[in-house]
Ligand binder design. Structure first.
Ligand SMILES: C[S@@+](CC[C@H](N)C(=O)[O-])C[C@H]1O[C@@H](n2cnc3c(N)ncnc32)[C@H](O)[C@@H]1O
Length: 190
């Protein structure tokens, strides 16, 4: 599925070049997937933003979830789609070529909205609204160095993810797996 991303979009060019020169991934699921399952996931589909060549999407599809996987790199999405087909999971993984912040995300729909090693404030806001009541938001973003005043455009301050949640979310876990990133798991209560 393609949601009209210009072929010269700077993020698309930059990430396609990175994926073109990258090694084959191990398709390991991000730890937020097992954390979300352990916390209890309601029924329903999953949305992953900036999925890349996502082992998380594959693991969730293998667990019989329907996954919408959004990324701006067609190179990454082709690799994900090929691996999903190889594993017999293509029917459960919908790959969407789109710019995450401007992609029209359905509200109140997903049992889990996931994004790892990606940050955009508009996409985060839309992701929160996309979680269905009782569902989970899992997000990990690169973090600014401790003591840094300005996180910069692609990074968050520690604690920023939780502080940006709208009312009606309960933080299940927010921590720094290491100095370089910040991880949040939260449940939408209402
Ligand atoms: C550091 S990678 C993380 C990939 C994957 N989530 C992971 O944890 O391995 C960042 C991802 O964000 C995607 N990305 C960058 N800008 C984007 C945008 N504007 N819209 C959607 N995806 C974007 C890149 O193509 C890339 O796959």
């Amino acid at each position: 599925v393609c949601a009209a991303v210009a072929s010269d979009h700077p993020d698309r060019l930059r990430w396609n070049a990175r994926y073109d020169s990258a090694n084959r991934p191990d398709f390991a699921a991000h730890p937020l997937v097992s954390a979300a399952v352990a916390a209890g996931l309601p029924d329903g589909p999953v949305l992953e933003l900036a999925c890349g060549r996502s082992g998380s999407a594959l693991a969730l599809a293998a667990a019989e979830r329907t996954v919408t996987a959004v990324d701006i790199s067609d190179v990454a999405l082709d690799a994900l789609a090929a691996e999903a087909s190889r594993r017999g999971l293509a029917h459960r993984v919908e790959c969407v070529l789109a710019d995450a912040p401007s992609y029209p995300i359905a509200t109140d729909r997903y049992a889990l909205v996931l994004a790892t090693f990606y940050w955009d404030g508009d996409a985060f806001r839309a992701a929160c609204a996309a979680v269905r009541p009782g569902g989970l938001l899992g997000w990990e973003a690169l973090a600014a160095p401790a003591g840094g005043e300005d996180a910069g455009p692609f990074r968050v301050r520690h604690g920023e993810l939780g502080s940006r949640l709208p009312a009606g979310f309960d933080i299940l876990d927010e921590h720094q797996p290491d100095e370089r990133s910040s991880r949040l798991l939260a449940r939408r209560l209402s």
